[in-house]
Design a protein around this ligand. Structure first.
Ligand code: 13P
Length: 287
């Protein structure tokens, strides 16, 4: 059964660790992440961007696939199926489709509009027992075609949005989706600290988990981050292993062309990445 992310994140906040959100793209991705979370006895959040949802034939298909897979693989750790950077319409579609967690990203809207729409979704999600993530201050880099500059969120705006009754809050602290540029200034712990002081027990979300040095991840967790999103790093792991398989000519040997064989090294590589992250975030053994 899919669960809201509320309980797992409140536990993480209280226990000073973070739960990983790993984005999914297809059946192999989903299977690798679920099996690893189960092996590590860790709660897990499966992230689905609107683009990935479309690619996988729509949110209903995704919800049906994930629910069935949790069941047939015998997954007993808490699993939340979460819309990543959703629009208002996307959020409603995912609630309808059976997602157990939603992110409404109103960070590119004027703050008043972000507040209004978030408020409406808080009411709907509360009634259905679905967790809701809001965003203040845009995350840098590109996500589904929306490009953000990586600004730092205003702690007062964070307090205002946190008080609307959302489950968790994503706030920009200089983090960026995808590869960090060589001249990246690092996370702004000053901003994170100010946000944490204004938002109290609210679990904070760190997007752009790929490429953040381990010591920064640990410090962010110390300062109240309870959910960390990782996407690009799994893609790189999959790409590297698939490339090595083909470059070694293994697809040309015997039945190496069989998609089940061709996709296996990539799927194994994702497992390794997810395992490393779960250990780093400290959520192993917490399910
Ligand atoms: P990365 O692709 O940088 O890991 O970011 C993932 C993310 O934040 C999804 O919302």
């Amino acid at each position: 059964m899919l669960v809201s992310a509320e309980e797992m994140l409140n536990k993480a906040k209280a226990g000073h660790y973070a739960v990983g959100q790993f984005n999914i793209n297809n059946l192999e991705w989903t299977k690798s992440i679920l099996l690893t979370a189960q092996e590590m006895k860790s709660p897990v959040i499966l992230g689905v961007s609107e683009g990935a949802g479309k690619y996988m034939c729509g949110f209903k298909t995704v919800a049906a696939m994930v629910s069935a897979m949790v069941d047939s693989l015998g997954i007993t750790v808490p699993v939340a199926l979460h819309l990543d950077h959703g629009t208002y319409e996307g959020a409603k579609a995912c609630i309808e489709a059976g997602f157990s967690s939603i992110m409404f990203d109103g960070s590119s809207l004027p703050i008043e509009e972000n507040v209004e729409k978030t408020k409406e979704l808080v009411a709907i999600c509360k009634e259905k027992g679905i967790s809701l993530e809001a965003e203040v201050g845009s995350i840098g880099g590109e996500e589904d075609g929306v490009v953000g500059a990586g600004e730092c969120a205003d702690p007062d705006e964070c307090e205002r949005v946190a008080n609307l009754g959302v489950t968790m809050l994503a706030a920009g602290i200089g983090n960026i989706h995808g590869k960090y540029p060589d001249n990246w200034a690092g996370l702004s712990f000053e901003t994170l600290d100010a946000i944490q002081q204004k938002t109290g027990k609210m679990p904070l979300v760190l997007h752009g988990g790929t490429g953040i040095p381990d010591d920064m991840i640990k410090k962010a967790i110390d300062l109240g981050v309870s959910k960390i999103n990782v996407n690009t790093e799994c893609q790189w792991a999959f790409q590297k292993a698939t490339r090595e398989y083909i470059m070694a000519g293994k697809d040309l040997e015997g039945k190496g062309f069989d998609p089940r064989k061709l996709l296996a090294p990539g799927a194994e590589a994702i497992k390794e990445t997810v395992k490393e992250k779960i250990k780093l975030f400290g959520s192993d053994g917490k399910a």
